[in-house]
Design a protein around this ligand. Structure first.
Ligand code: GN1
Ligand code: CA
Ligand code: CA
Length: 127
């Protein structure tokens, strides 16, 4: 499908697309929302793997996911406030390092880490 070429990956009804710039979390969130999507929210292993593949083929490094624990420390939720139905934390994560890690990134191996929302990451959105 044309919308998947060259910078997209489809999985079920979901499409992940890579942008060509890097942003901190809040700006990345705004960019995705403005485009009618949101930051990636992998809700299954299949979705997580599709996102990981896109990161790989696009030669991106770590990317932000949509989920945060702003509301209750240690309880990550989707943008709508619902608790996670799937997670793939790197062992020892989330560790809320220095008390300031309320966003989530995916490593290139597909595993997740909580990190400061002020960090800058290449933007991928889901639609
Ligand atoms: C550490 O080294 P790195 O970036 O993969 C830390 C994470 C922190 C991160 C902060 C095992 O991960 O928990 O979020 O620094 N990992 C460990 O940048 O301590
Ligand atoms: Ca936290
Ligand atoms: Ca962490």
């Amino acid at each position: 499908k044309v919308e998947l070429f060259p910078n997209g990956r489809g999985v079920g009804q979901k499409v992940f697309k890579a942008a060509y710039f890097e942003k901190p979390f809040q700006e990345a969130q705004q960019v995705c929302a403005q485009a009618g999507g949101q930051l990636p929210s992998p809700r299954s292993e299949a979705e997580n793997e599709a996102l990981q593949q896109l990161v790989e083929v696009e030669n991106k490094d770590r990317v932000f996911l949509s989920m945060t624990d702003f509301q209750t420390e240690g309880r990550f939720t989707y943008p709508g406030g619902e608790p996670l139905v799937y997670s793939n934390w790197n062992p020892g994560e989330p560790n809320n390092k220095d008390g300031n890690e309320h966003c989530v990134e995916m490593y290139t191996n597909g595993q997740w880490n909580d990190l400061p929302c002020e960090e800058i990451r290449p933007v991928i959105c889901e639609f």
